[in-house]
Write a protein that binds this ligand. Sequence first.
Ligand code: ZN
Ligand code: ZN
Length: 155
Amino acid sequence: MPGPYVGGCVCGALRYEFITEPTTVYICHCTECQKVSSSAFGMSVRVSADDFNITQGESKSVETVADSGRTKNGLFCPECGTRICSKPAVGDLVIVKAGTLDNPNWFKPIAHIWTRSAQSWFPFADGLPKFEQAPENIDELSRLWITYATGAGQS
Ligand SMILES: [Zn+2]
Ligand SMILES: [Zn+2]
């Protein structure tokens, strides 16, 4: 499905969009994603920072230290507290939180990362590649995206 891809926070004050296809989509089991989602994992949609725009409302930003030790800025709605995305300190990227998309079925993940902190009940029944931590080379997830996107029913 072609863009624009749109989404926003729970209360509706903050809205965003991006036009082009993400460069990868994955499940993150790091402890920060567990806290931010207040659930078992986060689903990350990686898009180019140039392509990501807040179309309504003002986001607030909070800096956190990821499990990798790197800092990143999380953008959230000051009214309802939903985190819509984060901006890593390295790379011109925005990591959109897939659950905030108007249609979370737009994208399917291609890997699991930070599985060492995955909740112990999680079944990993999908056969996707798993990484104990984040892959050393961030392009690895983009490579998997290209591999799985062909023939995985993504359009
Ligand atoms: Zn909100
Ligand atoms: Zn994470």
